[in-house]
Design a protein around this ligand. Structure first.
Ligand code: SF4
Length: 380
């Protein structure tokens, strides 16, 4: 399919990029080598996955201030890294970043990965990120095909590619490899970055600005009029909906919190117990009966905290939260025992009881909680 296809002369794109490139903090170039720092490229590319540049900038700057190089990141505690990442979402990115930093920092300087092939073995580094680091930092002729680049290439050649399709990505990588070879005077890193910029600035998903595009004369989808609909949307599967009630158990000003398992959705973040389904008078009474044996002389005070729907890429949560203050009981009930007593009510999204702790507001402030809970926490 790709054998007869050719990408156009990159000259107009590079001229446009020279004048239009945004001044982004991760684009700083070392004045001696003329290259970009691979650590900074790596951090920015991981943060930019699924996230707009404007949203990434403050996170990137805070992160680089705290961890200016690979060794400082490798030495960081996971809770601290997750806290800095709080609100950016897709927390597996932060955990993988830390795991990869620790793995690379343990290697002698001359054995650290510099090529796309060697970078791809690291946690969280897939074909795109490996290609971006190797091409932008070391000018390796390594394709870096993210959603922006796939969209530009798909439209330039007017192909029926689907978004997120791995076969389309491989076609794009083959085309790019041939492009670098056909124009050896052009830097592969510069070509990759210019294509990424074109996809982010002009070749936008629903409304491309073809009139301003340096590739307008060469673009097949512009001629056919199909550009706004390309690439084709992926076949959608309905997202499952989970109905849950976050239960904010309070005692003496502290909140019962649990830590999610290290891997998987929101791995390593903190939350409160999630009751399966929504709360109603019968359910509240049953929960009080389960807690009572562990809270001598306690009174229970319920308070609604509102509702919130949180949409993940593959899942939705409908949350109806309530606080339950345990009052009149002076001794602090064992948080693990208390959580275990609720086991019959808890959702599978509730972490195991042995992770339970009473945390004060100051302690919670140092830890990362899912964005889905931020509004409820603010209302406590
Ligand atoms: S001409 Fe339009 S559709 Fe084609 S690459 Fe440029 S912005 Fe995209």
């Amino acid at each position: 399919m790709t054998s007869t296809l050719r990408l156009p002369d990159p000259g107009p794109l590079l001229d446009w990029f020279a004048g239009a490139a945004r001044d982004l903090p991760w684009r700083t170039v070392d004045p001696l080598t003329g290259r970009r720092d691979p650590y900074r490229v790596w951090i920015s590319e991981i943060m930019l996955q699924q996230t707009r540049a404007a949203a990434v900038i403050p996170y990137y700057e805070r992160f680089l201030e705290r961890y200016p190089d690979l060794d400082s990141l490798a030495a960081a505690p996971e809770d601290e890294v997750l806290k800095l990442w709080e609100g950016l979402g897709y927390y597996s990115r932060a955990r993988n970043l830390l795991a990869a930093a620790r793995r690379v920092a343990a290697l002698p300087a001359d054995a650290r990965p510099r090529t796309a092939a060697s970078l791809r073995g690291l946690p969280g580094i897939g074909p795109y990120t490996a290609g971006a680091i190797a091409s932008l930092s070391y000018d390796e002729a390594a394709p870096a095909v993210d959603g922006n680049v796939l969209r530009v290439l798909c439209r330039l050649l007017d192909q029926d590619w689907q978004r997120g399709d791995s076969a389309a990505r491989r076609h794009a990588e083959t085309l790019l490899a041939a492009w670098y070879a056909a124009y050896p005077a052009a830097s592969p890193g510069r070509l990759n970055e210019a294509l990424i910029e074109l996809g982010a600035r002009l070749c936008l998903p629903r409304r491309p600005f073809c009139g301003d595009c340096p590739f307008a004369a060469a673009c097949a989808a512009r001629r056919s009029g199909r550009a706004p609909g390309l690439p084709l949307p992926p076949a959608r599967r309905p997202r499952p909906l989970e109905l849950m009630a976050p239960l904010f158990l309070l005692h003496g000003g502290a909140l019962l919190c649990l830590r999610r398992p290290p891997a998987g959705l929101l791995g390593g973040l903190w939350q409160v117990p999630f009751v399966d389904g929504l709360l109603h008078p019968g359910r509240r009474a049953a929960i009080e009966a389960a807690l009572e044996p562990h809270c001598a002389d306690a009174r229970f005070i319920w308070q609604p905290l509102g509702s919130h729907r949180h949409v993940f890429s593959h899942l939705e949560w409908e949350l109806g939260a309530e606080s339950l203050t345990i009052s009149g009981s002076s001794a602090s009930p064992d948080p693990a025992v208390l959580t275990a007593s609720l086991e019959a009510f808890l959702s599978t999204q509730s972490p195991p009881p042995d992770t339970a702790l009473w945390l004060t507001a100051a302690e919670r402030h140092e830890l990362a909680f899912p964005a889905a809970l931020h509004g409820f926490l603010a209302r406590l």
